[in-house]
Design a binder for this molecule. Structure first.
Ligand code: FES
Length: 120
C-alpha cells in the first residue's frame, strides 16, 4: 500500500494501490499538520519540499508553476495542487503558519475541501 510520510510532523497516510490522492486533503483528513490557507493554489502557505518520491506525483499545473516559480526546480510543490499515486516523503518549514482551522472561515473551507471527491 503506498504511503505518504509527512516528515515534519512524523505522520503517515496510507492509501490503496491504484488510487491517486491529493496531498493537502489527506493531510487535513488524517490530521497530519501541513499548514494551509486557501486550498486553491493562491497563497503558497502549503508549500512543501519533496524529499522522496517526486516520480510518484502528477506534474505541476500552470497555477502551481506561477505560484512557486524557481522553487519548483528546488523540489517544492503546493500540497493543495499535488496528487500522489505512490510513496512520497514531504517536509515543510515548521514555522509556516496556516489558517486557524477552528475559525469560522477555517471550518467552512475545511468542510468544503473535505467534501469534494479526491479527483476534484
Ligand atoms: S493552500 Fe494556498 S496555495 Fe495551497
Amino acid at each position: 500500500m503506498p504511503r505518504i510520510h509527512f516528515k515534519t510532523t512524523d505522520r503517515y497516510y496510507e492509501f490503496p494501490d491504484g488510487d491517486e490522492v491529493n496531498i493537502l486533503r489527506v493531510s487535513i483528513r488524517a490530521d497530519c499538520g501541513l499548514p494551509w490557507k486557501c486550498a486553491s493554489g493562491n497563497c503558497g502557505t502549503d508549500r512543501m519540499v519533496i524529499e522522496q518520491g517526486a516520480e510518484n506525483l502528477d506534474p505541476p499545473r500552470r497555477r502551481e508553476r506561477e505560484r512557486l516559480g524557481d522553487l519548483l526546480d528546488q523540489g517544492y510543490r503546493l500540497a493543495c495542487q499535488t496528487y500522489a499515486r505512490g510513496d512520497v516523503t514531504v517536509a515543510w518549514d515548521p514555522d509556516q503558519v496556516g489558517l486557524d482551522e477552528e475559525s469560522r472561515a477555517g471550518q467552512r473551507l475545511k468542510a468544503k475541501w473535505l467534501g469534494a471527491a479526491d479527483g476534484d
